[in-house]
Design a protein around this ligand. Structure first.
Ligand code: PHE
Ligand code: NA
Length: 525
């Protein structure tokens, strides 16, 4: 490639950045609530099944596409898929395939960045609120809910919180991969792990501050008690797989391939990918499961937990309606505990979102020859456009407050990422070819992935699994309708969400088309 690209300065920096990319709000909020709702200990069966049949294979695919793309000067999915798809397709067909897949990836990226950076801003506000004693007045989950609504519907607070966090994130990314992203990961990831361990200890030794029978340890025990009957519900398997995707950041905007594109030619892929996956699983199954649910049990006992089990209270609901009033009752320890909890979520979110932002900047810097500051400005404008409707809706105090966010989360955060992953598997295994992609995965590798795993699990089982998931989503969301309410817009902000997704898809098509033309003028002229 003509473009000289940056490389990660250190191995530990690369691993921490990749782990930071994966470890996010999903580990601490989404996973425990899904486990609570779908069988507790039994949830681990569909969860780890999806990890082995879907998560790890697609992780390998993304690292392989990414490093290979990077060697050709590419940091985002469309050109990465284009150069490998050409092995079987004509340049025109390869470009069409890559532009469409890349545009879906673009949609997932910009839609998720819009609301995810907003939520990060909320977490920032909440960590300050805890330290300044604002939780001490909250007695019940309803108090905490009202506290949240007051915050969210007040743009002076929520818009400001978003813009401050967004400014910090964009500043990190504009400094580049080594000087920005890698340094941030080296500071934030150890901090996050230390905070997590303190919170786990706090949560498991807290006892029963509210009612003698509501000890946090009982909540922990409750969570892991396997409820095997849930395994007969197909939703348990779908949710296990959905969580694997979300938590590993696979299929989302090509952020793992983007980080992998800064690897050197001979650098190990499989062991590094497994290491970052393991760090994410540790932060999820060990740390994530030991904080929110035990604390929610200590706060509200079996009745509260039953609502989480029934899916009536989401993971986010637990994080903001059970934990603040609990911390509020614990005096100084609570103020610090609340700060640790929300700043952990802030760090977890920031180290994921900077990957999303970097993909956007990469497109403009590498394929449109803008400098990094200009690229960052354009990225900011796009994120502002996709994110600001979260604030406008809240400020207008609609019934739900979050129709736009929920719709964006459903389409970008649950559905379209499956489509992106399908494109990636087809590109790497079918168009590039089993042998060539296998060889690329192993250049400089510290370990060998069994060939049968690559050929059959990655090449055949994972795309079939993806198709089943997609079919189930389409069936429940559009034919049955009642399961995924967020999929159907029922107010103007839901429709704005739909319009935004369509507009961003078209923008993604145009950008990827131009990007490929700029980079491959002869072939595509
Ligand atoms: N992996 C993140 C989590 O577990 C989710 C995420 C994916 C965030 C992609 C940003 C981008 O929370
Ligand atoms: Na994660």
């Amino acid at each position: 490639g003509e473009v000289r690209r940056e490389h990660w300065a250190t191995k530990i920096g690369l691993i921490l950045a990749m782990a930071g990319n994966a470890v996010g709000l999903g580990n601490f909020i989404r996973f425990p609530a899904k486990a609570a709702a779908y069988g507790g200990g039994a949830y681990l069966i569909p969860y780890f099944l999806a990890l082995v049949l879907l998560g790890i294979p697609i992780m390998f695919v993304e690292w392989t596409l990414g490093r290979h793309g990077g060697l050709h000067g590419h940091g985002h999915l469309a050109p990465m898929m284009y150069i490998v798809s050409k092995k079987k397709l004509s340049p025109k067909s390869a470009a069409t395939f890559a532009i469409i897949g890349g545009a879906v990836a673009f949609v997932t990226g910009v839609m998720i960045t819009g609301y995810y950076t907003n939520i990060i801003g909320w977490m920032g506000y909440y960590s300050v609120a805890s330290l300044t004693g604002q939780f001490s007045g909250l007695k019940t989950a309803d108090d905490a809910g009202a506290f949240f609504v007051n915050f969210l519907t007040n743009p002076a607070l929520s818009l400001t919180a978003w813009l401050i966090s967004l400014f910090i994130m964009i500043s990190i990314v504009s400094r580049g991969v080594r000087r920005g992203i890698e340094i941030a990961a080296k500071i934030m990831m150890p901090t996050l792990f230390i905070e997590g361990i303190i919170l786990v200890v706090l949560s498991l030794t807290l006892g029963a501050p509210i009612k003698p029978e509501w000890s946090s340890l009982r909540g922990f025990e409750w969570l892991w008690t396997p409820k095997l009957e849930k395994l007969s519900n197909p939703a348990t398997f779908i949710e296990g797989a959905g969580q694997i995707f979300f938590t590993l950041s696979i299929g989302i905007a090509g952020i793992i391939p983007n980080y992998a594109s800064y690897l050197r030619r001979e650098e190990d892929l499989p062991l590094s990918a497994l290491t970052t996956t393991s760090l994410n699983e540790f932060a999820e199954v060990v740390m994530g499961a030991s904080i929110a649910i035990p604390l929610a049990y200590a706060f509200g006992g079996p009745d509260f937990i039953a609502l989480v089990e029934a899916g009536k209270i989401s993971g986010f609901g637990v994080a903001i309606s059970a934990l603040p009033p609990l911390f509020g009752r614990l005096g100084a320890v609570g103020a610090i505990g609340g700060f640790l909890w929300f700043s952990l979520l802030w760090f977890a979110g920031v180290t994921s979102a900077i990957a999303l932002i970097n993909v956007l900047i990469t497109i403009f810097v590498e394929d449109f020859k803008l400098n990094r500051v200009r690229g960052a400005l354009i990225a900011f404008i796009i994120i502002f456009i996709t994110g600001v409707f979260v604030n406008i809706e809240a400020a207008m105090k609609t019934q739900q407050l979050t129709d736009y966010l929920d719709l964006a989360d459903f389409y970008a955060g649950s559905l379209l990422l499956l489509v992106v992953a399908l494109f990636e598997v087809v590109a790497a295994l079918w168009l590039w070819g089993v042998d060539d992609s296998y060889e690329e995965l192993h250049r400089g590798a510290y370990m060998t992935v069994p060939k049968w795993y690559w050929k059959y699990v990655t090449g055949i089982i994972s795309p079939l699994y993806l198709l089943i998931l997609l079919g189930w989503f389409i069936y429940t969301a559009f034919l049955k309708g009642e399961v995924v309410a967020a999929a159907r817009p029922d107010n103007v902000f839901g429709w704005i969400g739909v319009a935004m997704i369509i507009i961003m898809f078209i923008v993604g098509l145009i950008i990827n088309y131009k990007a490929l033309k700029n980079r491959y003028p002869q072939e595509l002229g």
